[in-house]
Design a protein. Structure first.
Length: 595
């Protein structure tokens, strides 16, 4: 049999060598032949016609080829040439380019003007045959073509003798399952430098993720320089830990060049004190309170430091409008995230405006207060233009203090209660981005960050009544640590109807930065985020519906090495032995145990 076709699982291939270069994320459909590898010489980009975004496409190929040519990548599981490789012919045969080696990448793009926005077509086909003498790529948009480049980067490897080769023939038909595939960076708790943000974008592009959710600020700091209110950065950590307008535009442009959208988030009305209080202290409630009070009912914040925008004070909305308008001018993506999570009722006990509002009508509840925010803030958020799509955290619709009527065109990001909240929101008709903390919060499992915490002193209670530090969650509210296998095995559409599934836009892996900075951000994201990348690109099951976690093992181990080789400081997953001896470190001899 000449060909072996595998839809997604990529395990039953005709050559061992081909297995070692299978890309991550796995293509939706890949067909390998067994004719053997051929040399790759100099791959020149040729396009059928120029387009408005031709320069973006050209530069994307320059980056891809630079990576291929410079790295001369050797997958972690193989240090030897591919067995089928035939040495490049000498003599007269060298002048016959078509059947001897690959020299060109021929790209055909249908819609070269398609903008990088939610729902853009990212599909592509890629074909390599010795007889053609070229790599053929067809895509609806340049963004799909760029994904094809990323795939090709992983297929072309070193021949072990200083050259490059690719196993062939190979045919790939590929497209993502979900249009929203991302990670979330938090630059409010700890500042993340521009180079480190760019490094995460590199990792995203290599794994075909397309959304960087940028949580710009939080209660602890406001790092974004504002023209409207320059005083806001008085609450940045330092003059060096700020983002200028040019910094932000640089990040947006860099991300776009890699096919990554930037969705900004300004968290409101909760998690809001730094920056805002510099404009007008009256628009912030409870900023001078003690955050915990040791009794949950009296908490003013879920973590230090407290402060929320005063929902009733009229002056709040003028400042919100001006801040939002300026940031909307910088961030041009159709999506804009406006937070709305973890509103703490105890905070508003410190607001004379809210207190008087409740006294005026004793029937009012905190649900009515949240509704007041929705009614007054959402029109501001919609004012930026007809294409604006608002995102909020699910709390605005599901928490005990949820608003009574949240517009259905608002995208809700689900982070709590796993499948329960996903089912609830989609049944109500909301579009959802999945970020369930039980599976996708990458900061979990490291213990709590709050200091002077006596619950860790287990020696003071030898009876074992205190289990905070052992036999329990170890001080992390969202423990355990989310391994790549836990992430990959998350079937977030379980028990949803087809109608509900249609409301799932995709998923994000957040990395909250209470214990993250430049030193740890890359190892916090990578390579675990790559497991999510495949989950939302081609899923975690093969054509027979079986989990392919075992199949992903060697690919994600290899991909970690590939990330590091490309300058993304991903953490190691296994001893080197496991990388060089595929599946010898599996828990079960029966490697189909995961179903």
């Amino acid at each position: 049999m000449k060909f072996s076709t595998v839809l997604g699982a990529l395990a039953a291939l005709t050559t061992v060598s081909a297995v070692k270069v299978n890309p991550l994320p796995a293509p939706r459909n890949i067909t390998w032949g067994n004719s053997g590898a051929i040399p790759v010489k100099w791959l020149e980009l040729r396009t059928t016609e120029s387009c408005r975004q031709q320069e973006t496409l050209n530069r994307a190929w320059e980056r891809a080829w630079q990576s291929i040519h410079t790295l001369r990548w050797v997958p972690a599981a193989t240090e030897a040439p591919i067995p089928h490789f035939q040495p490049f012919p000498t003599g007269a045969g060298m002048t016959k380019r078509a059947a001897s080696a690959l020299y060109t990448v021929d790209v055909s793009v249908v819609d070269g003007d398609a903008d990088l926005q939610h729902g853009v077509d990212e599909s592509y086909t890629l074909e390599v045959t010795a007889s053609a003498g070229s790599v053929k790529i067809n895509a609806q948009t340049i963004w799909g073509a760029m994904h094809a480049f990323t795939t090709l980067q992983q297929l072309i490897i070193s021949d072990g003798q200083g050259g490059l080769i690719i196993e062939q023939p190979v045919m790939i038909q590929d497209a993502p399952l979900y249009p929203h595939r991302g990670i979330m960076i938090d630059t409010g708790r700890n500042f993340i430098s521009v180079p480190k943000i760019l490094e995460q974008i590199d990792g995203m592009a290599l794994s075909k993720m397309n959304v960087l959710h940028w949580h710009l600020d939080d209660a602890q700091s406001w790092p974004v320089q504002m023209r409207t209110y320059p005083e806001m950065t008085k609450d940045a950590y330092s003059a060096r830990e700020q983002y200028s307008r040019s910094d932000i535009l640089r990040i947006i442009a860099y991300a776009r060049s890699q096919g990554v959208r930037i969705i900004p988030e300004v968290d409101m009305p909760g998690h809001a004190v730094s920056g805002w209080q510099q404009v007008n202290p009256e628009i912030v409630a409870c900023s001078n309170s003690w955050w915990s009070n040791d009794v949950w009912e009296y908490h003013t914040a879920v973590e230090p430091n407290p402060g929320q925008l005063d929902i009733i004070y009229p002056g709040t909305y003028e400042v919100v409008k001006n801040v939002y308008s300026e940031l909307s001018d910088i961030f041009t993506d159709n999506f804009f995230h406006v937070g709305a999570d973890e509103i703490q009722p105890g905070c508003y006990n410190f607001s004379k405006y809210v207190t008087e509002w409740f006294i005026e009508d004793p029937s009012r509840t905190y649900n009515d207060l949240a509704q007041h925010w929705v009614d007054h803030a959402v029109p501001i958020f919609r004012s930026s233009g007809p294409n604006r799509r608002i995102m909020m955290w699910e709390d605005i619709a599901l928490s005990a203090e949820a608003a009574n009527n949240v517009p259905k065109d608002i995208v809700l990001q689900s982070w709590n209660n796993g499948l329960t909240n996903i089912a609830n929101l989609t049944a109500r008709g909301f579009d959802v981005v999945v970020s369930s903390s039980d599976f996708l919060y990458l900061d979990c499992g490291h213990g709590g960050f709050v200091t002077n915490d006596p619950r860790y002193d287990v020696m003071s209670d030898p009876s074992g009544a205190v289990t905070f530090n052992y036999g329990g969650n170890g001080g992390s509210w969202c423990a355990p640590y989310k391994t790549w296998q836990r992430i990959y095995d998350f079937d977030f559409t379980t028990n949803l109807t087809d109608a509900q599934k249609s409301h799932i836009l995709g998923a994000e892996a957040p990395l909250w930065s209470e214990q993250v900075d430049d030193v740890t951000i890359s190892s916090g994201f990578w390579p675990r985020a790559a497991a999510l990348a495949e989950l939302v690109w081609s899923g975690n099951r093969d054509k027979d519906g079986q989990k392919r976690t075992t199949d992903l093992t060697q690919r994600i181990i290899n991909f970690r090495e590939y990330l590091v080789a490309n300058g993304v400081m991903a953490t190691v997953l296994v001893p080197r032995y496991c990388a060089q001896h595929p599946h010898t470190c599996d828990l079960y001899y029966n490697q189909s145990v995961i179903t």
